[in-house]
Design a protein around this ligand. Structure first.
Ligand code: ADP
Ligand code: MG
Length: 315
């Protein structure tokens, strides 16, 4: 199979754009009064996924992590390009990869509108584009002292799966199976991101771990934070025996969560509780933004860890 056959067979589908795949460039129409939100994320074999990972999962996850950036921006994801380097034209692999990619596109209303296909070590790069009403984008820089800090879903599942797979800890078989889903099929929080427009003061998605990512909000907003370890939503471990340190590391620094972390005024508590019920997605208050800089995690009176910048200081 040649390059153009593969593009036609696996990546070209009817879509509603003015001009999609097949010409030198796609042509898009941005709704009046909106800004174009643009982001990119690349997945490299051996770095972001195991070389022999299921191609469906690679397709789903690479698209999902891009869509997650639109969610974190309060943007409606709309279009994506796919640049892919493949060691060989393996149609069985490509078919499964495309199914995973388009399953995620379909779930979130994204059209694939172009890309590039070359030979090389397996590497999948996606550009995602979305729309946000002018001035309504959810930035990292808007957190204010006194804001509540919120997080969606539960943290740490994907990290626990990875550490177990790497032999660093042992999960029960039930936990291992449950957390594989979180690792391979993350669900970008698009509906939440859209609902947070005009409500949250700052938002981002957690890809590198809660503390590292929250630090980006704190730095951009020139504030600090105190988190309550007890309040942070942790996964059901299904009988796995973990040390406190293992659980803390996965929940606070693990990464690959793709939940949203955001700050909002105290007056929004009732509205956010109602939103959680509507979305059927847990939203949990985990701490408070402080005028003093630095990020502290408290377990009761005890300081669990103190982080001033980056995540080198953790542990
Ligand atoms: P060019 O020579 O202009 O770079 P290509 O031959 O690379 O164009 O691609 C032909 C068409 O197929 C273009 O519209 C391009 O956007 C699209 N395309 C190429 N690879 C992919 C891919 N992996 N996924 C989606 N569209 C692709
Ligand atoms: Mg090209």
């Amino acid at each position: 199979m040649k390059e153009f056959e593969a593009i036609n067979r696996f990546f070209t589908r009817p879509s509603a754009v003015d001009l999609g795949i097949g010409d030198d460039a796609a042509l898009l129409r941005v709704a009046p009064g909106h800004q174009l939100a643009v982001s990119a994320d690349m997945s490299v074999a051996g770095t972001h996924f195991f070389e022999n990972a299921a191609p469906f999962d690679i397709g789903w996850k690479t698209m999902a992590v891009n869509i997650s950036d639109m969610a974190a921006m309060g943007a409606q994801p709309k279009w994506a390009t796919l640049s892919i380097a493949l060691p060989a034209m393996d149609s069985v692999w490509l078919d499964a990869f495309a199914q995973g990619l388009f399953a995620c596109c379909d779930r979130f209303g994204v059209s694939l509108i172009g890309g590039d296909t070359t030979r090389g070590p397996l590497n999948v790069a996606i550009n995602i584009l979305g729309e946000v009403p002018h001035g309504k984008g959810l930035l990292r820089s808007g957190a204010r002292a006194g804001d509540d800090i919120w997080v969606s879903g539960e943290l740490g599942q994907a990290a626990l799966w990875l550490q177990s797979r790497q032999g660093a800890l042992r999960l029960s078989p039930t936990a291992q199976a449950a957390f594989a889903e979180a690792m391979h099929r993350p669900q970008p929080r698009v509906a939440l991101g859209l609902a947070l427009r005009g409500v949250a003061h700052s938002v981002l998605d957690i890809s590198d771990g809660l503390l590292a990512d929250l630090s980006h909000i704190l730095n951009a907003s020139q504030v600090g934070a105190v988190l309550d370890w007890q309040a942070i939503p942790k996964p059901d471990l299904y009988g796995s025996r973990l040390t406190d340190a293992q659980l803390q590391h996965a929940v606070l620094a693990g990464g690959d969560d793709y939940e949203l972390c955001f700050t909002a005024a105290n007056e929004q508590r009732a509205e956010l509780a109602a939103l959680a019920a509507t979305l059927r997605l847990p939203l949990t208050r985990i701490g408070e933004v402080t005028a003093a800089s630095g990020l502290r995690v408290l377990d009761g009176q005890q300081v669990l860890c103190v982080q001033t910048r980056g995540y080198d200081h953790f542990g």
